[in-house]
Design a protein. Sequence first.
Length: 317
Amino acid sequence: MNPERRRRTVEAVRSRLGHDKVSERRTCQTLDQPRSTQRYHLKRPDKDRQLIDQLRGLVEWYPRYGSERMHKVLINTGGFVNFKRLHRIWKAEHLQVPTRQRKKRRLPGRSDNGCIRYKATHRNHVWSYDFLTDRTEDGRQLKILVIIDEFTRECLAIEIGRTFTSRDVMLTLQYLFAVRGAPEHVRSDNGPEFVAKETQRWLDRAAVSTLFINKASPWENGYVESFNGKLRDELLNRELFLGLDEARYVLDEWRLEYNHRRPHSGIGWRTPAAYAAICDDKTVAGVFPATTLADPPVGAAPLPPVQPANQYPPVLS
């Protein structure tokens, strides 16, 4: 046990028993702690103060990041610090106490369409989509559609509404196919919006095959489920949305943050956008036959998602 921990132990014992009942001399004698060591104060300047202040500023923006991911954020913003030093400060300052997550056993019966047996091998090979739910302040439901590229880990779209139909899903895919190119496969669960016959016919015309996982087997769609967990942990559990417009703005800002600034451990601590920039792509973005586009609703034409202002949290040097 180092001297600092011994000092804290002496203080903890005195606090527990009462400072008026147990003297410092008696406690040090019992715990074999020299009184000179107990009363010693550091005279040299605190070399870690600047790093501690910088970490605290980053923790205010990213309260759910661990020490390893925060180390990569510091490196990406131009700071160079040894990880062991950062980890020591991280523990000493109690910057984060992550919640313990219960490990779930993977059940047997994996299908050939699951992400374990059928993995994405290049950009635009396999996309995944899924729904999440949340509520606004007035208690009304929010339904969130997320679409990701499994190979690059990019979040391609986050669409929010009170309800979603198969036509809404097709319009979102139509926009992504037009600006990015169509994938070879899309993986999803057996939700009614995904298995609808209209959606299946439209994807067939677009030459996109579907990979449906087994029922009640979310682990087979592991990439999008992992993304959903990050979205809920880092944003949804911390925000209270007053309305639909606010939810759209905040979620789209978080999507840009996730794609362009958040290091991802699964792709060598790069950001998804940086990793996608160096990946080979077998499809041509922006080329999509007009005959495969979904028909717009009667009396309305589909509009592309609103591009939010390019606002990011300040980068600390």
